[in-house]
Design a binder for this molecule. Structure first.
Ligand SMILES: Nc1ncnc2c1ncn2[C@@H]1O[C@H](COP(=O)(O)OP(=O)(O)OP(=O)(O)O)[C@@H](O)[C@H]1O
Ligand SMILES: [Mg+2]
Length: 243
């Protein structure tokens, strides 16, 4: 679905990414992990069409992207909810912009809020929601538009461990129900192994290694030894052989 060829991105005279080649297959999930400042967010933005390559290409379904596509949803770290709108209005905003009829909008919004377990908080403003509820509202806002590509930057990093696992379970369940390609940036090895069918390990400005994760999709994986084996493998690649 996404084809990244010889991508280079510079900020001024600093190279943020170079020599990036990556194929993202349709309806699979990818977790991007690597040290702070290695270029994960930059890579995600390039896939979103929010940053234009300095060299190389990002193709989606064969077409070079130069701006954000309508079918791409991006969830940024802060969720990007509008503080002056209720949960309901934040989620319905994008659909209303598509000029669908009111009752269809209402049905879709109610159903996604229900699915994410926040229907009872529909009249609250973002400041009145907990961190996990805010994150779920941000996910609802993206999914209600039925994207074919969901890009997430550290979607659960602001949450405590228990809440983070809840959100991860929820993301896995939603992924299984919808037809969507997911790419997520994370700094958590456990999250990468739980949510990534492919785990893309980065080092400064480039991709170091990709691990295929045969255990992806098993909700009980956290209780199994195989999970910890893959986590150790990721940890080993992140640490490098020279340290
Ligand atoms: N707008 C910008 N202008 C200049 N330099 C930038 C800009 N955005 C990012 N950079 C630099 O590019 C490099 C990659 O940044 P990026 O945000 O992609 O890293 P990251 O892997 O997402 O890091 P983190 O894990 O800390 O979020 C960093 O060295 C950063 O300082
Ligand atoms: Mg980042």
């Amino acid at each position: 679905m996404i084809n990244i060829r010889n991508l280079r991105i510079n900020y001024g005279n600093e190279t943020a990414l170079e020599n990036i080649n990556l194929n993202i297959l349709k309806n699979k999930t990818y977790a991007i992990i690597g040290p702070s400042g290695c270029g994960k967010t930059t890579l995600l933005y390039a896939m979103a069409g929010l940053i234009v390559p300095f060299e190389g290409k990002v193709l989606i379904n064969g077409e070079e992207i130069r701006k954000i596509r309508r079918e791409t949803a991006v969830i940024l770290q802060n969720g990007g909810l509008l503080p002056w709108k209720t949960t309901w209005d934040n989620v319905s905003l994008g659909l209303e912009a598509r000029k669908l009829d009111k009752s269809a909008v209402n049905r879709s919004v109610a159903s996604i809020l229900e699915e994410l377990g926040i229907l009872e908080h529909k009249d609250k403003y973002p400041s009145q929601l907990s961190g996990g509820q805010k994150q779920r509202a941000a996910i609802a806002r993206s999914l209600v538009l039925e994207p074919d590509l969901l890009l997430m930057d550290e979607a659960s990093s602001a949450l405590d461990a228990i809440n983070r696992e809840h959100i991860q379970n929820l993301i896995l369940r939603l992924y299984k129900k919808k037809t969507v390609t997911m790419v997520m940036v994370t700094h958590s090895i456990e999250e990468a192994v739980f949510l990534g069918q492919s785990i893309v390990i980065m080092e400064r400005s480039s991709i170091k290694h990709i691990i295929e994760n045969p255990y992806f999709g098993d909700e009980d994986i956290r209780f199994k030894q195989d999970y910890y084996n893959i986590c150790s493998e990721v940890r080993k690649w992140l640490r490098g052989d020279d340290e």
